[in-house]
Structures are given as C-alpha cells and as structure tokens.
Design a protein around this ligand. Structure first.
Ligand code: IVH
Length: 787
C-alpha cells in the first residue's frame, strides 16, 4: 500500500471512531473514553488531514470550526412549512384540547366516571431556543435553515455545522434518502453563564437570557463566532421526507436517535390527558434543576395516522399543543434605586420595583450588583424594565425598555453618605503596578468608610465572625445578632465575649437552657487556629484559602499584621490588590483595638502559630524582590543576574556603571540606575528587605537548602478519585508537608497524584513527562513522611 492509502485508511478509521464517541457523548450521554483520548484522536486526524488536504471531506469531525464570513444569509424555502403551536396556560385549556382531539378522531369522550377512549400523546419539554431545520441527503448534512416566517428562512448551513451534537453524517442505515430533521438550537444554562462571564471579561456585550444568546450566536455571518459559542441541538420532529419512517411520533424520534440525532431525555409516552397533566407537573417541579431553560411542555398525538386525520387550523397543527409554564421574565417599573451596605462596607444598588408576578412569585426587589451594572444597563429611575427570575436565583434586571422611558426619568447616583451610618462613601481603587510605577484605577465597588461604626457592617461582620467556618459559635442566629446590635449590647466582635447571662436571657427566643448553651459556645470558641481567626476577621477579599495561606506562610498574627503589601505578594495567590486590602485592614486603628481586645481582655488564644513557612522562605529571595520591584525592561532573568552579581540591595544601589554594564545590557542597566535614582524606590525596596530580615530571612539563606517542611517549594496536582481519603484531606496532608496543591498541570508541577477516572490532567502530565503517582504509591509516600 502507498503512504497515501495508509493515511486514507487511518483517516476513515479515525473519523468513524470520533463519530462514535461523539454519538456516545452527545446522544447517549454515555461517554466511553476520557476527553483527553478524544482530543488525541482528533489531533491525529487533524494532522493527517493537514498532510493530505485532498482527503478532507465536509463530514469530517474536524470541519466544525466555522468557515469564511458571509456578507448575507441566503434564503431557504421550506417545502413543508415550519408551523407554530397553540398554547395552553391552564389545565382547562389542555382538557379542551384533548376534547377537540377526541371529536376530530370521532372517539368517545370520557365522562365523570372515566371511560371513553384514551389518546396516546408524546410528551416533550418545550426548549427555549430557535427552531432549525436540518436537511440530510443520502445521510449527509447538506443544509441548515432558520424557521424565518415559517415559509422562508435563512440559510445557516455553515453555522449549524459548528454545533457539536449535530451529526454531519447519519449513523447506521435505513434512513430515508431525503430527511429533513427539525428541532431547537439552544444554550444550556451553564454555557450561557460561562459565555456572559467571558463577554464581560472582554468588555463585550452580555446577553439577557440563554434564548437571546442562542439566537445571537446562531445568526452570525461569521460562523467562527458560532463555533466558539456553547450551542446545542435537540430534535423534535421532521419536515420533508423521501422514504419510509415509523408510524408514530415517538417511533420516529427513536429512529432519529439511532441515526445519531440528539433527542430529549425527557421524551415520554402518555396514555390519556391525565398522564399529560402529571408530566406537566413533574417537569414543572424539576424546571429549575434542568440543565437548560424550558418555557413549557409539548404534547403531540402519537399516531401519525391520527395526526393526518386531525390536520391543521391556520398555521397550527390540531394534533399538538404547548402547555406553557409561567414566564420567567416580566416587565415592570423601576420605582427607585436604594443602596444596601454589606459586610465589607460595599454599597450595593438594589432595584425597588412595582410588584410583579414572575413565574408565580411576586417580585418587588432585584439586585443590580454595582454601579457599573447600572451604567451597563443604562438604567434610570422611572424606567420600564425586564425582570428575570431564573430558578432560585435572586431576580435580576436584564434590560431597559427604552421606548417606554418617561420624560421625568431620573439618573441613578451613588450616595455621598452611607445610608445607614452617614459616613463618607468612597469608590474603591484598583492598584496596578507595571514598569516600576503604580497606577490606580477606579473599581466597580463603592464602600462606606464607617467600618464597624456602621451598624450594617457591624451586623454582617459579626454574623461572619461567628459562622461555622470562622469562630463557629453555635446558637447565635442572624436575628439575635441584629437584636444585640440594635440594643447596643455589642459594638464589636470583642463584645461577644463580654456578654452576660442576664443580657442573653433578655433576648427574644432565649430561655435558661439556651442562654447557658450560648455562653458555653462563646467560651469554647476561645482557642481558634490562626487561619480560622484570620478568616473570621472578615478582611475584604480574604476567604478561607487566603487565610490559610497567610497563616501557613507567615506563621504568626504579629507578622501578618505588620506585613507590607509587597511582602504579602510573595505569598501564593495573593496579588497586589488583596495585599493592599490586608495591609490597610491591619493599619486601621479601630481594627487594631478590636484585635487587641480579643487577644487581651477577652482571652483568645490563637493555636497553630509557627515559624515562617518553608515555602515562604524559599520564594523570598533577593532575585524575587528585584523582580517584584518591576524595574522597566528587567524581567525575572535580569533580576536573577543582578542578585547573583551584587548579593545585596545596598551593593546594587551603590553599583558603578561598569559593574552594572558587565551584568546587564545597556538598556536594562540604564533602567536599573534610573529606577534607584528616582525618589522613594530605594527606600521602598529597603523597607521590604528590612521587614524580611525582621521576619528572620536573610539573602544568604537562598543558597541553603530550605530547612523545615519536606515538600516546601513543590507544587502537586490531585486528579481522578481517591478511595482512601477525600481530595480535601489529601490536599491538607500535602499542604502540611509544605507542598502547594494546584488545580492544573504545568511544566512547573512537581508531582501528579492520579486516581481512577483521571482524564486530561493525567494525559498532560504524561505528555510533559512529569512524575505521576497512583493512589497506592501516594499513600506509600505519605507513610514515608509519617502521615
Ligand atoms: S413542535 C408543528 N416540539 O416551539 C409542530 N416545538 O411554538 C412544530 N419548540 O417553533 C413545533 N420545543 O421552536 C415542537 N418539543 C418541541 C419544541 C418546540 C420547542 C419551539 C419551536 C417552535 C415553537 C412553537
């Protein structure tokens, strides 16, 4: 055989394997290989096709990436019109429909005592997307079209080809020579959220709901954009057919599934209208937990012969009906925008709405997130807005109906004073540092500067302080905390420890036993681990993970309290902004007093305090410091050279030109000199160095092997399932040995622990030739460290 024919054979084999995996993944929902293996086959096919472009065919799985942008869509005439459906809103509407079906088929209707004939109906969810027609000729996808006005639609062939679960070629055999498949293109909830998050990040426009996102993604003249969007297809019927098909609607859908078409997993047969109603209720209850949005269910007479007998009325079939759920979106008026104050003082706009029923629940407030969101929506008080309530999430304002804006509409302004305590409200600043300069930009959040003197912040701060993952004081609910603050019994977390029995028993809902229990819970919270305590303080942007990093790296509260922002940025996952938050929290006099009081008169004893973490000692090097200074043109490599050559900051700052030139090229050498000549820079570097010294570091220690924890400086990745322990426990064990546990594999990963089911991370680790342990080997290794 020639090379080309070997390649041709392999290409065919790869395509058929990939098609099969696609089918198992998208249609059967039973993937049989990990994603990484799929990717490997896919890339092999891509490489072979690149070598043999003449062997590329339109039905190859590689042809889903979109093609040249069009200047306009062509028109497609639907030989069999694409109809719409009549709606039922109430149960009685559905009973009327069933009665009409009985009459049309000359069947006896049931009476009060049941009896009569029961019609068989297919039941399917009504997906909220766009109707699409797919034409297959001799099993190959040749055209995709939108519904348009039902008679003429747009040719979106290039776009539908990019949708992963639409087969480019039908599977198996027995399909009609001409087969038009109809169904809905939609976007699942998760895909929609991810797309909007991506759009926001890129400063692009976001979509109000998954339906708009699906429509906006499908009707793109540039199909490469469509290819990048998480669209899916679900088929629910047929149009033009030349050939034989089963005699029932469900039979047809099952045949289509066999040929590779995705159909709804919720497809059911109902015998009689009562089973239809039960189906409607069941799906209705599960609506919020479905992966995609639906606006109702569709019932269709199952027998095709009966469908033909019933026929059509105007543009709706007499044999099908959509039973709608209450709408998720409604229009109402924005009466006002008020401002709420959260735990960290963030002042958040909240929409006060003219009450409106959305999907059965009366909505009178909606979150607006922040002032950037208000600006993005272009919102004014008095506007008519569209409110959306998806599942259990807080209602949102998704759009302003500009046509309805009244003349007296008013702009929304952030208040200058905190609505709760009257303190000044400031816009947060984002700190960015590049090329040795710090620049401040405006953040999206406004904050009340009142801190704990603001009752709103105080309440939230205490609710957080006592919560389970913080100080874990049981028996202190939100309402009780509000009462304690309102009655001025506490003005800071420290006051909790001064509460007396007589004060507690006076609170709503407290009797002798519960009061004693609460006092006991407060007492037993007095020995928190350092990380818990840091988390409990409620420093903005410091969650549990960051609190753990701070505790593990710096070891004592004292070091954390005085750490300079630049020093904090040595710690894993702490950027300059968070570092500034931490620093300014501890600089605040009021916070200092509260902490002093907790540790002093309240008698808190922090546990697990330790030496400077080995990981920290390993990364706080002179080269690291020089790199952090962000000297223009000097990257990590240059910083390393400077550190090796000069060994100390003083020597570097005093270095003569010749020395410098021997170390770095002219442009960089100049930049270093200019940097240290500029006011403040040397002082800042010296302050960082002094602090590191104060913490027990000295640059000479760089060369020494880090004493202390055995896995210090290493990064481990856990993937797949572990049987002997949860991943959390495995992570804790590794961290206690000094390792950092990361979520993704890179060339810098020291070791990967792969349990059963490990997928792409394991593949990547193998590709990079990393050290991989299975669970047994991992347990063995832990044992070696006495764990
Ligand atoms: S059947 C002749 N089944 O609803 C029957 N439609 O209001 C034509 N839709 O344009 C449609 N899920 O976009 C049918 N399971 C389903 C559906 C469904 C969503 C949409 C479709 C159609 C509209 C009709």
């Amino acid at each position: 055989m020639t090379d080309a024919s070997v390649a041709a054979q392999r290409i065919l084999q790869l395509r058929s394997e990939l098609d099969e995996h696609n089918y198992r993944y998208h249609v059967l929902d039973e993937p049989s290989i990990p994603d990484a293996e799929y990717d490997r086959l896919y890339h092999e096919l891509k490489a072979l096709e690149a070598e043999h472009p003449d062997l590329v065919t339109a039905d190859s799985p590689t042809q889903r990436v979109g093609s040249m942008a069009l200047s306009a869509f062509g028109q497609v005439k639907h030989e069999v019109p694409m109809l719409s459906l009549g709606n039922a809103f109430e149960e009685t509407d559905l009973l009327d429909f069933d009665r009409r079906v009985h009459e049309g088929l000359d069947l006896p209707a049931g009476d009060l005592f049941g009896g009569g004939a029961e019609v068989e109906y297919s039941c399917e969810p009504k997906l909220d997307g766009l109707a699409v027609s797919l034409l297959y000729q001799d099993g190959l996808l040749v055209r995709g079209a939108t519904r348009g006005d039902g008679t003429t639609g747009e040719d979106i062939s290039a776009n539908v080809r990019t949708i992963r679960n639409i087969p480019l070629k039908l599977k198996g055999e027995g399909w009609p020579a001409v087969l038009e498949v109809r169904g809905e293109v939609f976007m699942a909830k998760a895909g929609f959220e991810a797309l909007n998050a991506r759009q926001l990040e890129q400063g692009a426009k976001t979509f109000a709901n998954p339906r708009n996102a699906a429509a906006g993604s499908l009707r793109q003249l540039d199909s490469k954009i469509t290819a990048s969007r998480p669209l899916e297809f679900c088929c629910y019927g047929i149009g033009l057919v030349e050939g034989d098909l089963p005699a029932t609607h469900i039979g047809i859908l099952e045949a289509l599934k066999k040929w590779g078409m995705p159909i709804s997993r919720e497809l059911k047969l109902a015998k009689g209208v009562d089973e239809c109603l039960a189906y409607y209720r069941d799906i209705g209850e599960r609506r919020a937990s479905l992966a995609y949005e639906i606006d109702g269910v569709v019932f269709k007479v199952n027998s095709l012969e009966s469908q033909r007998e019933l026929g059509f009325r105007a543009r709706e079939p007499r044999w099908a009906i959509a039973h709608k759920f209450p709408a998720m979106e409604e229009m109402t008026e924005l009466l006002d925008v008020e401002f709420q104050v959260g735990r960290t003082g963030a002042v958040t706009p909240v929409a006060r709405l003219k009450p409106v029923k959305v999907a059965g629940v009366t909505v009178s407030n909606a979150t607006l997130h922040n002032m950037d969101e208000v600006a993005r929506l272009g919102l004014m008080i008095g506007d008519t807005v569209i409110i959306r309530r998806a599942g259990d999430v807080i209602p949102q304002v998704v759009q302003v109906v500009l046509d309805k804006r009244p003349e007296q509409a008013r702009a929304v302004h952030i208040p200058e004073q905190c609505p709760v305590c009257g303190s000044h409200v400031e816009r947060t600043q984002l700190v960015k540092r590049s090329k040795g300069k710090e620049t401040l930009s405006e953040g999206a959040v406004y904050r009340c500067v009142g801190r704990l003197s603001c009752q709103a912040q105080l309440k939230q701060a205490i609710i957080h302080f006592v919560s389970r993952r913080a100080m874990d004081i049981e028996g202190l609910g939100d309402k009780t905390i509000e009462q304690l603050v309102d009655e001025s019994l506490i003005a800071s977390p420290a006051d909790l420890y001064k509460l007396q029995y007589a004060q507690i028993i006076g609170l709503e809902g407290f009797a002798e036993v519960s009061s004693n229990k609460l006092l006991q819970a407060i007492q037993s919270s007095k020995k928190p681990a350092l990380a818990r305590f840091i988390y409990a303080l409620g420093i903005p942007d410091v969650g549990e993970e960051t609190a753990k990093v701070l505790a593990r790296s710096l070891g004592t509260l004292e070091r954390i309290q005085k750490a300079l922002p630049e020093v904090l940025t040595y710690l894993p996952d702490i950027g300059l902004e968070v570092a500034y938050e931490i620093h300014s929290f501890f600089e605040d006099e009021h916070n200092q007093q509260v902490i002093a009081s907790l540790l002093g008169e309240c008698g808190l004893e922090l546990q697990d305090q330790s030496e400077l973490g080995a990981g920290f000692t390993a990364c706080a090097t002179l080269a690291g410091l020089l790199d952090k200074l962000n000297i223009p043109f000097v990257g990590p490599g240059g910083a390393q050279k400077l550190a090796e050559r000069f060994q100390s900051l003083e020597a570097l700052a005093r270095a003569d030109w010749l020395d410098m030139r021997q170390t770095l090229p002219e442009k960089q050498a100049n930049a270093v000199r200019e940097f240290f000549a500029a006011a403040g820079n040397l002082e800042k570097a010296q302050a960082i160095e002094a602090q590191l010294r104060d913490f027990g570091m000295h640059w000479q220690s760089e060369k020494k092997v880090v004493a202390g924890l055995p896995l210090a400086g290493q990064t481990w990745v856990l993937t797949g399932t572990l049987e002997a322990m949860s991943r959390d426990v495995a992570k804790e064990k590794l961290e206690s040995l000094g390792a950092k546990v990361a979520g993704s594999v890179s060339a810098k990963t020291s070791c990967v622990v792969a349990g059963p089911g490990a997928g792409s991370k394991l593949a990547k680790a193998n590709e990079l030739g990393l050290n991989v342990l299975d669970e047994d080997q991992f347990l063995q290794a832990l044992k070696g460290y006495g764990l």
